[in-house]
Design a protein around this ligand. Structure first.
Ligand code: SF4
Length: 182
């Protein structure tokens, strides 16, 4: 699966998720000029039956966690998996396959950031993937729907989780966009 967006947006400014992807080495599949960035997506097992519609739409539109990729550059989805259900054992299981397929970035889907409750292991997944597998992790895929955003902002445990440190760009999305993803 590949996608290109319509409106150009600088990727670097949207990197506020606390993720600063170190350029992968050539050996691990560094993006050569003019080639697609290869990404893999992990979704929450609670939404394991999800067809990925919002994520793929956001990739196409360069919204949410995908706003970091310039509109004119191709992004190829080389992996898509669910975590396997709490506590997420499949995260460990799918990483070697993602890497064999040339993944350069792993996106933890927006369904880990919101939902009841949000994923309690989100930080650990990010740290694990970045530390053990050396792949940068972006927290977020599609924009947070307004209904979820409004509800979560009222939840003290969401505030305690300091999601903005990991998923900052998702919090900054325009209301018109989050309304459109309800
Ligand atoms: S809450 Fe976290 S560990 Fe549990 S199913 Fe969702 S992503 Fe997996």
């Amino acid at each position: 699966m590949t996608g290109t967006g319509r409106s150009p947006k600088g990727g670097s400014k949207r990197d506020g998720a606390g993720v600063k992807p170190a350029p992968p080495s050539r050996a691990s599949g560094e993006k050569a000029k003019g080639t697609a960035t290869r990404i893999a997506i992990i979704i929450c097992g609670r939404y394991g039956a999800c067809g990925g519609g919002k994520c793929l739409r956001a990739l196409r539109e360069r919204k949410g966690g995908f706003a970091r990729y310039p509109a004119g550059e191709s992004v190829e989805v080389v992996g898509y998996a669910q975590c396997g259900g709490c506590p997420g054992g499949n995260v460990e299981g799918v990483l070697p396959e993602f890497k064999r397929n040339g993944a350069q970035v792993v996106h933890l889907a927006t369904g880990l950031v919101v939902g009841y409750p949000p994923c309690p292991h989100l930080r650990k997944f990010k740290t694990y993937i970045e530390t053990v597998h050396g792949l940068p992790v972006v927290v977020g895929t599609h924009p947070i729907p307004s209904t979820y955003m409004d509800a979560h902002r009222r939840l003290p445990f969401w505030k305690d989780a300091r999601m903005e440190e990991m998923a900052g760009p998702l919090m900054e999305e325009a209301r018109s966009v989050t309304d459109d993803y309800c």
